[in-house]
Design a protein around this ligand. Structure first.
Ligand SMILES: *Cc1c(COP(=O)(O)O)cnc(C)c1O
Length: 418
C-alpha cells in the first residue's frame, strides 16, 4: 500500500464516528438541519412586519420566533443600530477589560440595573455565554446547586462546568425543593445556589416567585433566575418577573427575544458584578458587544416600558389561543404566557403536524427530544404582539382541520390527555 493510500484510509477512518452518528440520527428521524429564510421581497423593513417570513419563495406566518414584541423590525431599533454604528464603528475591537468598554456599554448597564431594581448590571455576548460561565464563577466543588428539572441547557452547562454537586427538583415543585433544602442544609456545603427560569422556554409556565423567594431566603441560598422569556413581556414596565423583587440575587435577561436584538445581561449587586468582571471567563475572554447591537438594545429598553397595550394584546391572544386549542382537544400544558405548547407526544406526529401546517403557510416548529423529554414532543407556539386575530384564526383553522382529519381516520395519537 502506497503512502497516499494509507493517508486516504486514515482520513476515511478518522471521521467514521461522525458518519455513524449521523446514520443513527437519520434512522431515528432525529437528524436536524438548517432551513434559511430570505428577506421579504417587499422591503424596506419600515413596514415593520415581524410575523411573516420567507422561505424558498413561500411567505409563511410564523409562530416560532421569540420576537414577542416585533421589535426586531422596529424602525427605532434599526435607526439606533445604524446611528451607533456610524458613530462608533462596527466592532468593539477588544474585550471589555482591554479597550472594548465604550461609554455606551457603561450607560446601558446603568439603565438596565435601574430598570431591574438591582444595584448593577453586566453585559454578556449571549444568554448561553452568560449562564454557562457565570454559574462556575459563583460555585466551587464544595457547593450545592438545586435546579428545576427543566432548566435551559445553558444553565445546565454552567452547573456541570462548576463541578458543584447538583440535584434537580421536580418541575416547579417547590415543595420538593423545600425538602431538598431541609435535607441538605447540615451537610457543610460552601454555599447553596438555586437556579430556575421565571418563564419556561418550552412550556410557557411560570415559577411561583412569591413562594420561591422566601424559601431561598429562609435557607440563605443564592437565588439565580433566568428571565429570558419574561423580559419585555411581563412584570413592571415589562422588565420581567424577577425585576424589583428583593431577595433575587442574580437575574439573567437576554436581548435576542422580546428585545429584538442580541446579547444578554446579568443584574446583581455591585459586589457580584465586580467579582464577575474579575473571574468570569465568559466576560473576560471575549470581544465586547458591538456598537450597533448596543444601539438596538438601548432603543428597545427605551421603548419597552411604553408597550403596555402590546403586552395586553399578547396576554389576551394567548388566552384565546389556549381556549381554542382546548376546544379542539389539545393540551397546552400549564402555559400561562405567550408561549403555548401544543402537546403531541410522539416525535413523528409532532413533525408531521408541523409539516402539514407549513404546507398551509404556517410556521410552527416541532420541538422534540433531546430538547424536551421523550414522549412530550410538541409544537411550540410563540405569540408576537403583532399577530392579529385573523392570524390566530388562520392557525386554529389549520390545526383544527388537521385534528378533524385525524379523527376521521381514527388516528388520534397526537391528542394527548385523550
Ligand atoms: C434563549 C435562552 C437562553 C440563551 O440566550 P441567548 O442569548 O439566545 O444565547 C438562555 N436561557 C433561556 C431560558 C433561554 O430561553
Amino acid at each position: 500500500m502506497g503512502s497516499d493510500q494509507l493517508a486516504d484510509q486514515f482520513q476515511a477512518d478518522k471521521f467514521q464516528f461522525v458518519a455513524q452518528a449521523q446514520a443513527e440520527r437519520q434512522q431515528q428521524q432525529r437528524s436536524r438541519s438548517l432551513h434559511p429564510l430570505q428577506p421579504s421581497p417587499d422591503l424596506p423593513l419600515q413596514r415593520h412586519d415581524a410575523v411573516h417570513v420567507w422561505r424558498a419563495g413561500q411567505r409563511l406566518l410564523s409562530f416560532s420566533s421569540n420576537d414577542y414584541l416585533g421589535l426586531s423590525k422596529h424602525p427605532a431599533l434599526i435607526a439606533a443600530a445604524q446611528d451607533y454604528t456610524g458613530r462608533y464603528g462596527t466592532s468593539a475591537t477588544a474585550s471589555r477589560l482591554v479597550v472594548g468598554t465604550f461609554d455606551i456599554h457603561d450607560q446601558l448597564e446603568q439603565q438596565l440595573a435601574a430598570a431591574c431594581g438591582q444595584e448593577a448590571a453586566l453585559l454578556f455576548s449571549s444568554g448561553f455565554q452568560a449562564n454557562s460561565t457565570i454559574l462556575p464563577a459563583l460555585l466551587d466543588r464544595q457547593s450545592l446547586v438545586l435546579c428545576d428539572r427543566l432548566v435551559h441547557n445553558s444553565l445546565l452547562q454552567g452547573i456541570l462546568a462548576s463541578r458543584a454537586r447538583f440535584i434537580r427538583y421536580g418541575h416547579n415543585d417547590l415543595d420538593h425543593l423545600h425538602r431538598l433544602l431541609q435535607k441538605q442544609r447540615e451537610k457543610g456545603y460552601s454555599r447553596i445556589l438555586i437556579v430556575t427560569e421565571t418563564v419556561f422556554s418550552m412550556d410557557g409556565d411560570r415559577t411561583d416567585l412569591d413562594q420561591l423567594i422566601p424559601l431561598a431566603n429562609q435557607y440563605n441560598a443564592i437565588l439565580y433566575l433566568d428571565d429570558a422569556h419574561a423580559l419585555g413581556v411581563l412584570g413592571k414596565n415589562g422588565m420581567g418577573l424577577a425585576a424589583h423583587r428583593p431577595g433575587v440575587d442574580l437575574v439573567v435577561g437576554t436581548f435576542g427575544k422580546a428585545f429584538g436584538a442580541f446579547g444578554a445581561f446579568v443584574a446583581c449587586s455591585q459586589a457580584v458584578r465586580e467579582h464577575l468582571i474579575n473571574t468570569c471567563p465568559g466576560f473576560i475572554y471575549t470581544t465586547a458587544l458591538p456598537p450597533g447591537v448596543v444601539g438596538a438594545i438601548a432603543a428597545a429598553l427605551a421603548l419597552i416600558p411604553t408597550l403596555t397595550a402590546e403586552r395586553q394584546t399578547l396576554a389576551h391572544h394567548a388566552e384565546l389561543l389556549r381556549t381554542q386549542l382546548q376546544a379542539l382537544g389539545y393540551d397546552s400544558g400549564a402555559s400561562s404566557t405567550h408561549i403555548i405548547p401544543v402537546m403531541v407526544g410522539a416525535e413523528a406526529a409532532a413533525l408531521q403536524l408541523s409539516q402539514t401546517l407549513e404546507a398551509e403557510g404556517i410556521l410552527a416548529a416541532a420541538i422534540r427530544p433531546p430538547t424536551v423529554a421523550a414522549g412530550t414532543s410538541r409544537l411550540r407556539l410563540a405569540l408576537s404582539s403583532q399577530h392579529r386575530r385573523d392570524h390566530l384564526d388562520c392557525l386554529i383553522r389549520a390545526i383544527g382541520e388537521r385534528a378533524i382529519g385525524e379523527r376521521a381516520t381514527g388516528e388520534r395519537s397526537h391528542v394527548s390527555g385523550g
